[in-house]
Design a protein around this ligand. Structure first.
Ligand code: FES
Length: 115
């Protein structure tokens, strides 16, 4: 028997411009889960909002997860840089560690969490 998947509507794709990111907080209290989506070169990438260095959040202000040049994900706390496409840390105190990826899909112009 396969495990049932959870599908949660996150937002219309139009709310994430290419080269931008958006954070989401799902649930409440101890069960709250934070994640973010990056739209880059027409593709979507999503990760838990938790830096492998301290497990703290990555964003320095709401929906800001990328460098000024928008070429890497950057942790606001100590500046670690992560590859957008894979979540691998390329520079910083968690070098060689990875963001935890989550699966999102696009359905009729809407970004949906599919895990
Ligand atoms: S908490 Fe992210 S680099 Fe230290």
């Amino acid at each position: 028997m396969s495990e049932a998947k959870r599908r949660t509507v996150l937002c219309p794709l139009a709310e994430i411009a290419d080269g931008c990111s958006k954070g989401f907080a799902l649930g409440a209290g101890a069960a709250q889960r934070e994640l973010f989506v990056v739209r880059s070169n027409g593709r979507l990438y999503a990760y838990e909002n938790s830096c492998p260095h301290t497990d703290g959040p990555l964003d320095w202000t709401p929906d800001q997860f990328l460098t000024v040049e928008r070429d890497f994900i950057q942790c606001a706390t100590h500046g670690a840089l992560f590859r957008i496409e894979t979540g691998e840390c390329l520079d910083g105190p968690c070098l060689g560690q990875w963001l935890r990826a989550v699966r999102v899909v696009l359905e009729d112009g809407v970004v949906v969490l599919d895990d």
